[in-house]
Design a binder for this molecule. Structure first.
Ligand SMILES: [Zn+2]
Ligand SMILES: [Zn+2]
Length: 124
């Protein structure tokens, strides 16, 4: 059980560089990801899905190290890269795109989906 939401614990939101103490996460982004977890848990008929957070908040150094954009939403703590076990990234992407047609930044990658709560809308 996560200590922030059913699926998410605070430590998972920390920068992955291992050398800083950044762990800011936008509340709405966290709740949107939790809602997607709840949706797919119901679909898969399991009590709780297994959520994997690939990238969360990034300090400057880590953002540069992973080749993030200078103004990456990960720098602001408003982006999460996620995957849900036994759910294809494209299905997570499709769910969020349908639920929030006019907003969010959503990026589809081979092994994860990027979700952010920027002002306005972006898709890639
Ligand atoms: Zn860091
Ligand atoms: Zn991302």
């Amino acid at each position: 059980m996560g200590d922030l939401t059913k699926n998410i614990s605070r430590h998972e939101l920390a920068c992955k560089c291992g050398a800083c103490d950044h762990q800011t996460a936008d509340f709405e982004t966290v709740m949107i990801v939790q809602d997607a977890c709840d949706h797919f848990a119901e679909k898969l008929e399991v009590g709780k899905v297994v959520l994997n957070i690939h990238s969360a908040h990034r300090c400057y150094r880590h953002n540069d190290a992973v080749g993030g954009a200078k103004k990456s939403q990960h720098r602001l703590g408003s982006a999460l890269d996620i995957s849900i076990r036994n759910v294809l990234p494209k299905d997570v992407y499709a769910y969020l795109d349908a639920k929030y047609p006019d907003r969010l930044g959503l990026g589809l990658y081979d092994t994860f989906v990027h979700v952010d709560t920027r002002k306005g809308k972006a898709r890639w």
